[in-house]
Design a protein around this ligand. Sequence first.
Ligand SMILES: Cc1ncc(COP(=O)(O)O)c(C=O)c1O
Length: 382
Amino acid sequence: MENSSWIRAMFEEGERLKKAYGAESIFDFTLGNPIAEPPRELKKELYDLVVKETMGMHRYMSNSGYEEVREQIAAFHRGNSGLPFTKDHIIMTVGSAGGINVALKALLDPGDEVLVPSPFFVEFMFYIENHGGVMKLVETGGDFHLDLEAIEGAITEKTKAIIINSPNNPTGAVYREEELKGLASLLSRKRAEGLRIFIISDEAYRKIIYDNTPLPDAFGLYDDTITVFSHSKDLGLAGERIGYLAVSPRIGDDRSLIDAMIFANRILGFINAPALMQRLVGRFQKNSVDVAGYQQKRDAIYSILVESGFDVALPRGTFYIFPKAPLEDDVEFIRLLQEHRILAVPGVGFGRRGYFRLAYCTEMAVIERSREAFMEVGKLFR
Ligand SMILES: Cc1ncc(COP(=O)(O)O)c(C=O)c1O
């Protein structure tokens, strides 16, 4: 529990400060809980679904989810990848958090190792440990891209999977095609030597991408790929808990793995993903919340940080930014930010000391109002 989450700890500290000083005067960048509302057409569809009263729409179903919804999603992936996806390659899940747990439950034996490029979304550690796995962190390069040599060095005969997350929480990095190809050829080489390692590609932020940065389709690059999607961020449905797993049609002996995942969905107690939300999202695979609005916020926070003298990489996706802390001790720096009414999460909470994360999925006015406070902090280090 002590390790449970810096994000939550900072969020709670923020609540205390807001009570003490008033919410208006606090700049809260702790939680990735987006304020963007779902698209209008989606809300309309939700209303129509509810008033239509289709018989049986609240009942149990197949553990993998409604066939017609899985078919709609398979069609989306056929279009994206050119691969022969069918509904049988799709499992509806309780968000991507549910999906990752289902995949790990199906894949891991006790003691199996899962590689995670760092900095990383800290929940991965708990998910891996839920299923008897051992997380092995692999540092990314200076610009938060994959370090293939480090990944190769971390592989042992117990390595079962690598979880990649692009666009990345907390860094905003979007992995390039050549680095993913490099990863694929490394894992293919290992496969030829008799070691089968799966890629679990967490694409919770796949639609929140800026500057026309290309997002390579993971399925085209490596056969043993399972991707995890979420509609928490792209459709603004985080509290509704809906996402899905898609398994590459090129995975060998795919049926036993897919059956194991469907079984895991059941025995982890999910049974199936929420029925109403499944019916809702099938038609909205190509829609998303206002990404241009997020891009404006990205530009605003980035320029505030640069003007204030911070060393920071420009995020290409998500709604997080991960600047270098000007103090070696990032937790001490977070306390200093708090003195200036800025709430952020220390890099240690993502496995990288000396940095901090800001979640800018907040009102533009909060970002703009924070400018002066960042400038004050920046001045202390000039
Ligand atoms: C990288 C990453 N993966 C998964 C999740 C979980 O998303 P979901 O709400 O779909 O379970 C999050 C949520 O913040 C995330 O940042």
